[in-house]
Design a protein around this ligand. Structure first.
Ligand code: C5P
Length: 223
């Protein structure tokens, strides 16, 4: 991998929500014995903290301040990562549709993104890092040795999310999920800072018709 020799190696996985990035990058990190950065969780944690404190999603200064001082940690609990906000386990709350929507708005604010840069780069420690997000290969780790852009059709991503929520016992409406995903994609793709686009040197994998094992095999071929 062409990482500069004095740097810790990084593999970035960017792409829209529901493309399988989360599962794949977590598995890859485990297989390689590398650290894992779930950068979306940082935006979700800012969103959740803001919702708890009654901060509006357009209050950029207050949100950036919140992002700077955020007290978060990600201890592993067996195979799963736990998400702690102010020492409290918020892993469940973080995945709600309300937090998804709020986090996508928060993520479009330049000051919030800036406030989270150093925090994300701090995850790059030996022996290596697998980084999952939207701008890992373009902005946060532009010198990563391998950059993957994972996509899937909106229909497929809505179906996956639908199944996930159903399994958790949440009542969901598939066409509404479809619309929400389209809206979130549009906002992520067209925002002024760090839009959701593949890095020029990224390899794109379309997971619409692939199983997790098939995507993992494709990534191992690239490594
Ligand atoms: O990946 P996840 O769905 O958890 O991300 C939540 C939100 O955070 C996304 O809608 C996206 O707007 C934002 N995000 C981002 N940049 C990242 C990771 C996530 O803007 N690197």
């Amino acid at each position: 991998m062409p990482d500069s020799s004095n740097e810790v190696p990084v593999i970035t996985l960017d792409g829209p929500g529901g493309s399988g990035k989360g599962t794949i990058s977590m598995r890859l990190a485990r297989e390689l014995g590398w650290n894992f950065l779930d950068s979306g969780a940082l935006y979700r944690l800012v969103a959740l903290a803001a919702m708890n404190r009654g901060i509006e999603p357009n209050n950029e200064t207050a949100l950036a301040e919140l992002a700077t001082g955020l007290d978060v940690s990600f201890p592993m609990q067996g195979e799963d990562m736990q998400y702690l906000l102010d020492g409290e386990d918020v892993s469940e709350a973080l995945r709600s549709e309300a937090v998804s929507a709020f986090s996508s708005r928060v993520a479009s604010l330049p000051q919030v993104r800036k406030a989270l840069v150093a925090r994300q780069r701090a995850f790059r420690t030996a022996p290596g890092l697998v980084a999952d997000g939207r701008d890992m290969g373009t902005v946060i780790f532009p010198d990563a040795g391998l950059k993957i852009f994972l996509t899937a059709s909106v229909e497929e991503r809505a179906q996956r999310r639908y199944k996930q929520l159903k399994e958790k016992g949440e009542s969901v409406n598939l066409s509404r999920l479809f619309r929400d995903i389209e809206k979130r994609d549009e906002r992520d793709r067209t925002r002024k800072v760090a839009p959701l686009v593949p890095a020029e040197d990224a390899v794109t994998i379309d997971s619409t018709r692939l199983s997790i094992d098939e995507v993992m095999a494709a990534i191992h071929d690239l490594i």
